[in-house]
Design a protein around this ligand. Structure first.
Ligand code: DAH
Length: 339
């Protein structure tokens, strides 16, 4: 019997189980009614008194060993099972998803940064304006079509309160308060009563520029805009100025850049002309200076204005202006890499 006990001790010590079920089967196999250890106790009862004393202790030890071993197996298996429900703290962390700047903000920041480098300071003005700052002070005649309900969102009539149709209104606000030299860049949101399409929206963004000092010439304007075009669209970019008309500048021009898609050879984007229009500009009309109490005999200056959407469309080759307002994450995500 002693031998049998030794055998069982070795056997029990080597026991292992893969699941709680297996551990239970082991318990039955060793400690159940017909279990290997239980059977030894049956045999033990038949032994003569002397041997009983000797073997009794060893047999009890065997039983304890089996009980503890199997309980231990069960315990460790139930711990594994419990852990599977809990988060595994050793897993590597999930990286946090970052948002991205809106392409309009990116483009505005880029434009502003370029002009900052040559001394232009950012200034902003209100989106809800009066007739004076949006039209009258800017030399718009009373019958000008831009004053029409068709083009402008009016909030109140006489006195007219309206949503600004361009950022040129900020020029007036600054010149009324400050004497030259003035060198400012004015980004902002503007509103026009237009049907929404791939090419037009009733809300969009502009950047206005203004430089007023003594002896400012058209050549200064041209050089500044050439610098901007090269910084924004690349060193190989060329510009051209076409005569145009705006009530607040004289002379006025529209500026084109050589098409940044085909390099001027002609493509779909530039309608095979090699040029794309990016802004209006000109020398500030003396009437505007006088409306703002600036001496037009002493000072002259230039102004320019461009649509931020237009610049972003050209720069990133976007086909539909409405994408800027849909806020579809699949569109916005494409600008994650740009700061
Ligand atoms: N305000 C004009 C517009 O909204 C853009 C513009 C043209 C601004 C010429 C200027 C300028 O300052 O000189 O279409």
């Amino acid at each position: 019997m002693t031998e049998r006990i030794q055998e069982l001790i070795a056997e029990i010590e080597a026991l292992h189980a893969e699941s709680a079920e297996q551990a239970e089967q082991l318990r039955i196999a060793y400690l159940g009614k017909k279990g290997k250890v239980t059977i030894l106790f049956d045999d033990f009862r038949l032994l003569p008194g002397e041997q009983k004393r000797e073997l009794g202790q060893i047999l009890n030890k065997l039983k304890n060993l089996a009980t503890e071993k199997i309980a231990g197996l069960k315990n460790s298996l139930s711990q594994v099972a419990d852990n599977s429900d809990k988060p595994d703290l050793t897993l590597p962390g999930e990286s946090m998803r970052l948002g991205s700047r809106h392409p309009i903000s990116i483009t505005r920041n880029e434009i502003v940064a370029i002009f900052n480098r040559i001394g232009f300071v950012v200034t902003e003005g209100p989106e809800i304006e009066d007739d004076w700052h949006v039209f009258s002070a800017l030399n718009f005649p009373p019958e000008h079509p831009a004053r029409d309900m068709q083009d402008t969102f009016f909030i109140e009539k006489s006195p007219d309160i309206l949503l600004r149709t361009h950022t040129s209104s900020v020029q007036v606000r600054v010149m009324e308060k400050q004497q030259p030299p003035i060198r400012i860049i004015m980004p902002g949101r503007v509103f026009r009563n237009e049907a929404i399409s791939a090419r037009a929206h009733c809300i969009f963004h502009q950047v206005e520029g203004l430089y007023i000092a003594e002896n400012v010439s058209f050549a200064d304007l041209k050089q500044t805009l050439l610098f901007f075009a090269k910084e924004m669209f690349g060193e190989e970019t060329r510009i051209r100025l076409r005569p145009s008309f705006f009530p607040f500048t004289e002379p006025s021009a529209e500026m084109d850049i050589s098409c940044n898609l085909c390099g001027g050879k002609g493509c779909n984007m530039c309608k095979y002309s090699g040029w794309v229009e990016i802004m209006g500009c000109g020398m500030v009309d003396p009437n505007v200076l006088e409306s703002c109490n600036i001496d037009s005999k002493k000072y002259s200056g230039y102004a320019f204005g461009m649509g931020i959407e237009r610049i972003a469309i050209l720069k990133h080759k976007i086909k539909d202006i409405r994408l800027f307002f849909d806020n579809d994450i699949r569109f916005l995500k494409q600008f994650e890499a740009v700061l």
